[in-house]
Design a binder for this molecule. Structure first.
Ligand code: FAD
Length: 373
């Protein structure tokens, strides 16, 4: 009989794990407390990259994540969720220049594609940028990076799960896990439903620690919030991911731009009841930085502002695969999930069904975090 697997969470990780499980013949239920892609996967920059990720094994995992996106996009030519646009980055001061030089040297040393462009070369890629905002040279270009439309990808993957006989349960939170004789046996939902399980995969993103706790496990996390500013549609030619000193941006479909900076993240506030707000002055600043870089978007307005919560395990690295204490309880939790989801999700799914991927997954085991608490 096909193993019954309950996947908790329908973000990029849950969708990727579930899609891989059904392709391998498992009987899958994906359960989400809300709507698919309604969590972090719906509020992310989703820059697909391995730019400066350390240590080496984590860089390699992200490179494999990039390759997995490329492969799936080639298999589904009309999918249009994956955009391998390339990424441009330059520094605003000497310290940042030194950091960028070190980053480029580091990734080149790993065999990653990167090169330095002059202003004229960068303008050939992004002709609507204001030339005076660019340095004469020292613009780093990472041609194999890009960006993702996570909601579209989640839709495609979950559609495949359902069409292969899997179940998608929306708007029904997991509120309990029943453990007996060292295994999770039943997943309890807020609606009162009980799902029998041969295996459970925790893909609850920033809420993964709460799900682990239901199984009696402690998952230390240090989540952070990020602010994403979506402009109105603008008629400029912006087709790359761009990391400029005061604004990071990329296209977001329908002519919109998605704007972000590290400083704007600090303007997010979360109330005790979980409601988010963002200081308007920070939103105005990032919009102004984008308008300065692309003079053609002077008329752009802010269409929406979203606050996303990064799911970050305590040491910053992913938590992937089985747990020793509960061998049928698995994790697929990390930051950079937009980049990693397809590759890491497939590894986790394979392990759920008995394959051994210990060599790749060893640095990402849940147990290592029990030492850093
Ligand atoms: C501002 C920001 C920028 C980012 N930029 C990048 C980037 O450039 N590149 C990159 O690769 N990554 C980036 N990330 C990270 C990336 O977006 C995430 O790693 C990824 O989206 C996480 O996906 P997930 O499936 O783990 O979590 P989620 O998308 O949050 O999915 C988890 C799901 O679990 C559900 N859930 C929670 N609790 C329960 C419960 N009790 N019962 C049932 N369901 C439950 C939630 O409703 C949710 O839908 C960024 C994140 C943020 C916030």
């Amino acid at each position: 009989m096909a193993p019954r697997v309950v996947v908790i969470g329908a973000g990029v990780y849950g969708a990727a794990v579930a899609a891989s499980l059904v392709r391998r013949g498992a009987q899958v239920s994906v359960v989400d407390a809300g709507a698919p892609a309604g969590g972090t996967s719906g509020a992310t920059l989703a820059w697909v990259n391995s730019c400066g990720k350390q240590p080496r094994h984590y860089h390699d995992l992200n490179v494999a994540g990039m390759a997995a996106h490329r492969k799936l996009a080639a298999e589904v030519p009309h999918g249009r969720w994956y955009h391998e646009s390339g990424n441009l980055e330059w520094a605003g001061d000497e310290a940042a220049e030194e950091g960028l030089r070190r980053k480029v040297a580091g990734v080149l040393g790993y065999g990653y594609e990167a090169r330095w462009l002059t202003r004229a070369e960068a303008l050939r890629l992004e002709p609507d940028m204001d030339p005076v905002r660019l340095p004469a040279d020292g613009i780093a270009y990472f041609p194999r990076e890009g960006w993702l439309e996570p909601t579209r990808l989640v839709g495609y993957l979950l559609s495949g799960v359902v069409s292969r006989g899997g179940e998608l349960v929306r708007d029904d939170a997991v509120i309990g896990l029943e453990v007996a004789a060292g295994l999770v046996r039943t997943v309890r939902l807020a609606s009162g439903r009980r799902l029998a399980a041969d295996a459970v995969v925790n893909c609850a993103g920033p809420r993964a620690a709460g799900i682990a706790e239901l199984a009696g496990l402690v998952l230390p996390m240090r989540n952070t919030f990020g602010v994403l500013v979506y402009t109105s549609p603008v008629a400029v030619w912006a087709s790359h991911v761009v990391h400029a000193p005061h604004v990071h941006l990329r296209p977001d479909g329908g002519g919109r731009l998605l704007l972000h900076t590290g400083t704007t993240d600090g303007a997010a506030h979360v109330s005790g009841t979980g409601e988010t707000s963002v200081d308007q002055s920070a939103v105005d600043l990032v919009l102004e930085a984008a308008r300065t870089l692309y003079p053609g978007i002077r008329a752009a307005t802010v269409e929406s502002v979203r606050v996303g919560e990064r799911a970050i395990p305590a040491d910053g690295l992913p938590v992937l695969g089985r747990t020793l204490e509960l061998p049928n309880f698995h994790f697929a939790v990390s930051h950079s999930g937009a980049t990693l989801c397809l590759h890491a999700g497939a590894l986790v799914a394979a392990e759920v069904l008995g394959d051994d991927h210990t060599t790749v997954l060893a640095p990402y085991r849940f147990e290592r975090l029990q030492l850093v608490r």
